[in-house]
Design a protein around this ligand. Structure first.
Ligand code: 5AD
Ligand code: SF4
Length: 474
């Protein structure tokens, strides 16, 4: 989930930019020429979505995506600052690109996303070879900033746009179809969990208009998309601040009526906002997939209270039980932080025991790192680094065992799999079960986009192997 990814793109031929002192000519020259853009994306799916939007915006001013940074005229780092580690990766990437800039004086370098939002102007001062800094609400200014940078003007823009003005800036998927797509339904977060920088770098929650979401998904379905994942920092609070809009459960019910959409997923959910109407959706909407990402972050009430999560361990477990009652067999994944300030060995054991009770299908786990400006930054970061490391290793070992056991439990069962593509290795097909397990199996490539029934024959740590038993029910 949190790995650096590069936006996949076609490498186009390079040609020279038409230079002129007249701004109109310069603009036209830029449109007509083919300059190359390389985007390196860090962090979450939200950033991946933003990077798609960046590529689409800059295509309009003559920049075409490349996968070869050494040939680029413009390099953009779309950054993540949710934890210390991804933030450090940004600075090491910048050092790497400094060498390219030394060799090509015309190369432009831009930093966007959460690190840009956090650092603003300071980043231009810290990194003298950087041309552009743009925040999480400023993607739309990028074409203008690039044009100015081409003329030698360095600029940082990190202002927040709040309320309705931001609604028009939501990334809209571009024309390409595919089998499975992400659709942003909201941005920002109002929760202010004590360890988390997201509300500071992404701003307040804003929900996109439901008619636009439904229209976009309808268009994707018409292009052959079969599965959509509704995306937001906290999708459960979708619509709550917008008069006349449905809540999240209402939105799910609307999306479920769109012809051609066979599978609906969503991420990420805050446990405190899992409502009875949302739980009812799992009982009543057959196209809603049997998977929920429900980060607990800790199994200790004392730690949860200091994290400001707004639920206790018991309340979390009650939601899990209600979800399982509504949708037997639902797969639950989560996020966990170890070494939060004040976490004792007993608190940590509560986390391990919560994992035992829930039986996560998979878990993303992290060592706590102080994020500047958050309220937990005021607590003493008092769990020793070696202890954090040791707890993380114990937690991950437990999860590895549980994931493998759970995967083995599927052997012999027949799963409905939506075929997403042909895997690079071995020419097998791959897809996912309704519960989000990856399955590889032999089959005809014309099945991509179809649902098939697959008998699971072997289980591995990260995937299942199977054999086709026939067409699926959809
Ligand atoms: N330290 C460690 N992990 C963090 N996360 C968010 N902030 C921090 C932090 N300061 C983790 C949480 C969250 C995931 C995206 O990153 O588990 O769910
Ligand atoms: Fe961060 Fe908490 Fe908001 Fe999730 S809900 S983005 S952890 S503040």
């Amino acid at each position: 989930m949190m790995n650096a990814r590069e936006v996949k793109a076609v490498d186009l031929r390079r040609s020279n930019c038409v230079e002129s002192n007249d701004s109109t000519h310069r603009r036209r020259g830029t449109v007509a020429s083919e300059k190359l853009l390389y985007v390196e994306t860090f962090g979450c799916q939200m950033n991946v979505n933003d990077s798609e939007k960046i590529v689409a915006l800059l295509r309009k001013v003559g920049y075409h995506p490349t996968q070869d940074s050494s040939r680029a005229d413009l390099i953009i780092l779309n950054t993540c600052s949710v934890r210390e580690k991804p933030e450090q990766k940004v600075y090491s990437s910048l050092c790497r690109y400094k060498g390219l800039k030394n060799r090509n004086r015309r190369l432009l370098l831009a930093v966007g996303g959460c690190v840009a939002q956090q650092e603003g102007e300071r980043l231009l001062e810290k990194v003298p070879y950087l041309d552009i800094v743009f925040g999480t609400h400023n993607l739309h200014l990028l074409p203008e900033m690039v044009r100015q940078a081409e003329d030698g003007t360095r600029r940082a823009e990190v202002g927040f746009i709040d309320g309705d003005a931001r609604l028009d800036l939501f990334p809209v998927e571009d024309a390409a179809g595919g089998v499975s797509r992400f659709v942003t339904i909201m941005q920002g977060c109002d929760n202010f969990c004590s360890y988390c920088i997201v509300p500071y770098v992404r701003g307040r929650e804003v929900s996109r208009r439901s008619v636009e979401i439904v229209q976009e998904i309808g268009e994707l379905a018409a292009k052959g998309v079969k599965e959509v994942t509704l995306l937001g920092q906290n999708v459960n609070s979708y619509g709550l601040k917008s008069a006349g809009e449905p809540d999240f459960a209402g939105l799910l019910r609307q999306v479920a009526t769109i012809p051609g959409i066979e599978r609906i997923r969503f991420t990420t959910s805050h446990p405190k906002d899992i409502s009875p109407p949302l739980i009812a959706c799992f009982a009543e909407l057959p196209t809603l997939c049997s998977h929920i990402h429900l980060p607990a972050q800790s199994g200790s009430d004392a730690v949860l209270a200091r994290m400001g999560r707004g639920y206790t361990r018991d309340e979390y477990l009650q939601k899990v039980a209600a979800l399982r009652a509504a949708r037997p067999g639902i797969q639950i994944t989560g996020d966990m932080i170890v070494g939060f300030p004040g976490e004792s060995e007993a608190d940590f054991r509560d986390t391990l025991s919560l994992m035992d009770v829930v039986g996560y299908a998979d878990l993303f786990s992290f060592k706590y790192s102080v994020r500047p400006g958050t309220s937990a930054a005021g607590f003493a970061d008092d769990v020793d680094g070696a202890v954090k490391q040791e707890r993380l290793a114990r937690l991950q070992e437990l999860q590895r065992r549980m994931t493998l056991e759970a995967n083995k439990g599927f052997v012999g069962s027949v799963q409905e799999v939506l075929v997403e593509g042909v895997s690079k290795r071995g020419g097998q097909l791959f897809g996912r079960t309704c519960g989000n397990r990856v399955v590889n199996f032999a089959g005809d490539p014309t099945l991509v986009g179809c649902s098939v029934r697959v008998e699971i024959t072997r289980a591995f740590q990260n995937s299942l192997l199977g054999e086709i038993r026939g067409r699926g029910t959809r």
